[in-house]
Design a protein around this ligand. Sequence first.
Ligand SMILES: Cc1ncc(C[n+]2csc(CCOP(=O)(O)OP(=O)(O)O)c2C)c(N)n1
Ligand SMILES: [Mg+2]
Length: 579
Amino acid sequence: MTSVPVENLNESETTEGQSEQTDGFHLIIDALKLNGVETIYGVPGIPITDFGRMAQAAGIRVIAFRHEQHAGNAAAIAGYLKKKPGICLTVSAPGFLNGLTALANATTNCFPMILISGSSEREIVDLQQGDYEEMDQLAIAKPLCKAAFRILHANDIGIGVARAIRAAVSGRPGGVYLDLPAKLFGQVLDAGAGEKSLIKVIDPAPEQIPAPESVKRALDLLKSAERPLILLGKGAAYAQADDTIRALLKKTNIPFLPMSMAKGILPDTHPQCAGAARSLVLKESDVVMLIGARLNWLLSQGKGKAWGGRKKFIQIDIEPKEIDSNVEIAAPLIGDINSCVSALLDGMKASWPEPPTDWIDTVKTKRDTNVAKMAPRLTNNNFPMDYHGALGVLRSVIKERPDAILVNEGANTLDLARGIIDMYNPRKRLDVGTWGVMGIGMGFAIAAAVETGKPVLAIEGDSAFGFSGMEVETICRYNLPVCIVVFNNSGIYRGTDVNEVNSDPAWTCFVTNSRYDKMIEAFGGVGAHATTPEELKRAVDEAMDSGRPTLINAAIDPAAGSESGRIGNLNPQSKLRKK
Ligand SMILES: Cc1ncc(C[n+]2csc(CCOP(=O)(O)OP(=O)(O)O)c2C)c(N)n1
Ligand SMILES: [Mg+2]
């Protein structure tokens, strides 16, 4: 398509004798609507305020946040839940930068999203002449996302939006940046020509069928296994290939281990789930099939003590470059997860050997022992409340409402909740993901409620909550069915550190006996204060049943947590540190 600067068009061509005109504002909205965009998450300001108004008037739901990072996180998780790019809209320079963390996080986590930012006058920006919010946003975004585009001419809007959508969802999904200079919005175009320039993206994430020889190689290896394991990553949850994956697990009877956000494809309570025997299955398995899971730090890079020696890996991934990233992959299977798992099932024909019974029994025994060991801790009604007592009741809340969505961040609050709370359905657990990033809480909770209409339970460390806490106003403003439980232990990891040098508090500690529940009351939401598991259960049940925006301050023993939750081993140690 040729790009004719609109201001160069002959006046008479656009204003006289032709009934209708359109402009950048409307074409962008039309392009998004044509491609099924229903919701935009953002923060208004120059040059996008009117654009947001017009999008709202055109029937797009526009959810306005208090900070772009949370709007960006909302867009990212909307993309994950819907398998379509979530849209975040920001102003130039500072707004763009605020959204960028979410864009980078989305790319790292393979969530499809598009960050659309208004930008300043190109001519001035490029000569660095000091424009309002001057910044070369495209250059800055490029290394942090999967693709970055700028649209200069209104008749390229169709192409630009199509490229952004395709880049976000095809192959391995990720974040895309779309730069819209202020001038673009006002550019006028003949309405007919404008309409013709739009593109409805055909098959944005096509099936990618694995090669037959890869399928055979994977099946041969799996058949040879004595202690097989299937490891499900959040890619498996994203793929929405739930039935196919369940069929594979049923057919093979192989124990499976879900990564955090893959929990619930089959319930954590399923007899094959090895979640409660994680250490054992990682160490003892001989053949491991990775489905949409990467061998990154969360899996100790596939080697070392946790893995107890060399394994043979089968890896299903849509991204060929992922293979051999950390250890040798004996049987790579490149394609989309549904196609790959379907091909494996087809190749298994009618009969497939069960794993040796001593392996199944070993896993089961370990799992049952660990579950039994944990059980009494989860039913305590201690005061001061500890993590296990509090999480024991939240576990029941989810068991009683398996359709609710759980958002979770923090350190102890995250690690313990992940292990304790069983999930029963796919894509119901949303958390800090690959980076372990704090600040996703309210953005994820808002988008989960907006996109699914289901009740949301956000379990937040008090530090974690602080990163996005102001968005409780957004939750109240849109009257969303979100119940936030702040695990208030007065600090990061613990609330007991002491600074022995001066009167400043230790830098991991917050104000003691604080009442986060008061925050939501300021905006008309329901606040509650819980000091025992019983009180907590009552307050959460009420919130989940009423659907009213609620924040429960769960007072947790400041001494109950441990440094960095379960990953304290990643802290560097000083040999010289003075005690
Ligand atoms: C953006 C970001 N900044 C800082 C951190 C470091 N960090 C990891 S966990 C955490 C907070 C842990 O405290 P809290 O949420 O209160 O959980 P607790 O362990 O006390 O239950 C922080 C600040 C991070 N992961 N991400
Ligand atoms: Mg804390």
